[in-house]
Design a binder for this molecule. Structure first.
Ligand SMILES: NC(=O)c1ccc[n+]([C@@H]2O[C@H](COP(=O)([O-])OP(=O)(O)OC[C@H]3O[C@@H](n4cnc5c(N)ncnc54)[C@H](OP(=O)(O)O)[C@@H]3O)[C@@H](O)[C@H]2O)c1
Length: 321
């Protein structure tokens, strides 16, 4: 998966969110999993002068876009290796001084948490002030389209969501200053339907009553920063990060086609094409729920930059605007 570009609009939005933070409140931030969301979060912190490390399984070349000389001295996150399947762990030196950790790494193929498994004891012995764990709203299972919030029962229907809930519980049992963030589909630059539409691969699918929820990657970063700026005692242990507009995928695809000025593919009935879809794609259509971010927005006062996919798609299409 490509790392989203940190463009001027995103950088401006991030500056707004990050300005709530006091860099001196941080030792070093360790982001475990420098993928789509983790790299974005790490970059924003580093640009704000907070010492930040970010893990990858493979060795990384320095990102030319984040070369301090090219960015006028702006700091870049320090890449480190974390590849537990091959016995590659951060060194004691790389863990020294870490006060805040964000875990974006999903359960492994056996359903276990590779971070807890390999670093759990070390993290528990460190003087951490915050450990954010990115989870999924899949833990709520199928609600037939009904709304859920953080107080709803967790009844995961999919194997991967059951594994996720088990990992959440394992993290909660460690006595760490933990915040679990439950996410629906993540989108943003490079993760929109635009390329599928351009290349004729998009499918316009209808399933009666079916909606999907989503969150723009910059609102994940913004919400994490917002939580970090709150007094520790007021940070919820579990928080849903989602925009305000669950809707059918035909609506999002229709708007994406409108923005591109291209034709939509013909409408297909889900029941007639389900057998042609991959098991993973079918699993997304097997559950229907609306997840509420009222606690984030009204309870904690976070203002979504992208309250619906419309603002998010426009910004993703023209990321330098
Ligand atoms: N994508 C979605 O729509 C969505 C929806 C709900 C929840 N989530 C969850 O939210 C989190 C962040 O999502 P994302 O889309 O930003 O993730 P992502 O782009 O796939 O990045 C995941 C990161 O975790 C690392 N990683 C994965 N498995 C690993 C392992 N076994 N050992 C070590 N490192 C490993 C990857 O390492 P490399 O850099 O080496 O590849 C990558 O840096 C994930 O836990 C994801 O499951 C995602």
């Amino acid at each position: 998966m490509t790392t989203p570009p940190v463009n001027s609009r995103a950088a401006a939005a991030a500056t707004e969110a990050v300005s709530e933070l006091a860099p001196e409140a941080f030792g070093r931030v360790l982001v475990l999993g420098g993928g789509y969301t983790g790299s974005r979060f790490a970059t924003v912190l580093a640009r704000h002068g907070i010492a930040t490390s970010v893990s990858h399984r493979q060795p990384r070349e320095p990102d030319p876009d984040l070369d301090p000389e090219a960015t006028g001295g702006v700091t870049a996150p320090h890449p480190l290796r974390f590849d537990p399947a091959n016995g590659i762990l951060p060194s004691a030196r790389e863990l020294a001084g870490v006060t805040h950790v964000l875990v974006t790494i999903p359960p492994d193929g056996s359903g276990l948490d590779p971070v807890l498994d390999q670093l759990g004891d070390q993290l528990a012995a460190m003087p951490l002030q915050w450990l954010g764990y990115l989870s999924t709203t899949g833990v709520y299972g199928d609600t037939g389209g009904a709304w859920v919030d953080e107080t709803a029962a967790t009844v995961p229907g999919l194997e991967r969501s059951r594994a996720r809930l088990a990992c959440e519980r394992a993290w909660r049992s460690r006595g760490l200053p933990l915040q679990v963030f439950r996410l629906p589909a993540i989108y943003g630059p490079g993760r929109t339907p635009f390329n599928d539409l351009r290349q004729g691969r998009a499918r316009l699918i209808h399933k009666h009553g079916q909606v999907f929820c989503r969150i723009h990657v910059d609102d994940i970063v913004g919400a994490l920063l917002h939580n970090l700026a709150l007094p520790a005692a007021t940070r919820p242990e579990t928080l849903i990060l989602a925009d305000e507009y669950p809707c059918p995928s035909s609506e999002t695809l229709g708007y994406a086609a409108h923005l591109l000025g291209c034709k939509l593919p013909g409408l297909q009935e889900y029941d007639q094409i389900a057998a042609t879809m991959s098991p993973m794609a079918r699993s997304f259509w097997s559950e229907n729920r609306r997840v509420s971010s009222a606690l984030l927005r009204q309870g904690l006062g976070y203002r979504l930059r992208y309250p619906s996919f419309r603002e998010g798609y426009r910004a993703s299409l023209n990321p330098t605007a």
